[in-house]
Design a protein around this ligand. Sequence first.
Ligand code: ADP
Ligand code: ASP
Ligand code: MG
Length: 406
Amino acid sequence: MALYVYKFGGTSVGSVERIKAVAEKVKNAHDKGDQIVVVVSAMSGETNRLVALAKEMQPQPTDRELDVLLSTGEQVTIALLSMALHHIGVEAKSYTGPQVRILTDSAFTKARIREIDEANIRADLEAGRVVVVAGFQGVDEHGNITTLGRGGSDTTGVALAAALKADECHIYTDVDGVYTTDPRVVPKARRLEQITFEEMLEMASLGSKVLQIRSVEFAGKYNVKLRVLSSFMEGNGTLITYEESEMEKALISGIAFNRDEAKLTLTGVPDLPGVASKILGPIAAENIEVDMIVQNISAHGTTDFTFTVNRNDFARAKNVLEGLKADLGGSTTVIGDNTIAKVSIVGVGMRSHAGIASTMFKVLANEGINIQMISTSEIKISVVVDEKYLELAVRALHTAFGLDQQ
Ligand code: ADP
Ligand code: ASP
Ligand code: MG
């Protein structure tokens, strides 16, 4: 007898019919004698609808109340799925995150899981029940409801699989696996049989939202056997693994991209020690996360300092910089651009091959796409380009690196 955690995303539970189809799938697995824990997201569109509702009450609702609101989406789905299971003769029991006791820290809207009390779930499984758990939510030590950040149900699934030492964690979604890039943007994208944790972590952190980054971290740390599969069709999906594939030994495994980016530049900054911390200190104090940073060589004793932030933080970051101008002295000016995007190529094959960056830059140049910023690590190269060239850039790179489907 095996223990599986199945996670179903928003589209997979997006209607009454789909919830019923999920119930059938779960019943089939349960009938085979396996123990099944199901983690579900809110029905598709529901979390966005709730965010919009909140903003009608208050432009910037407090994070605590936002979490109280957003967690209701998943609560609806667990009850409906449990009813659908009961209706077809499967004993099932639903749990919200706090009812399981998925203990998190108190960072509302982006809480991290600290501990899971799996005793009740285990007792239900032993009694032959299917357990249905609300994704994306937990409770802090003071009893406050918390949520785990957008896409957080993936992390609930993997964390439960780790806590229960499940044989496998299946992430069922609306695509049949992890692709070389988002198949909705590049129809020629190819499904990968497997991808390494390292590569999947990079892909997720560089914008491939097929898995929430923390779920990949968790799976890597606790050695959870993790597979991404389609809710709607049969297939092997994609296995996330420590092993590098012999079959798919490509230089580049995938291309990730992110539109949620914005760029800020301070020009004419006096080139003195301590300037970077003078600029980024106040940005950090506002809880704004900085991604890429570039400081140019100074020609006349001044320097240009550029960095990127999430597009949602653009206005706030710009305000902080405006406030710093006087303090920095010189002829400092602030320039901002919130119509940029980041494109990244990812692959462990990069380690052993030189010249990949230059190929990437040549491909973009041939398309007439200007590169605004570059950053590299051992297994990825990222560039910032004008948002309007994003899809062109991704498609051209996908073809050039031999990733297109034959
Ligand atoms: P769910 O609601 O099931 O959690 P998500 O929308 O969060 O689903 O994630 C699935 C989506 O991720 C796909 O529909 C696809 O558009 C997108 N995606 C982005 N990059 C990739 C990739 N490399 N491979 C597969 N899907 C990707
Ligand atoms: N419902 C949440 C979201 O839309 C969590 C999830 O689906 O994973 O982000
Ligand atoms: Mg998701």
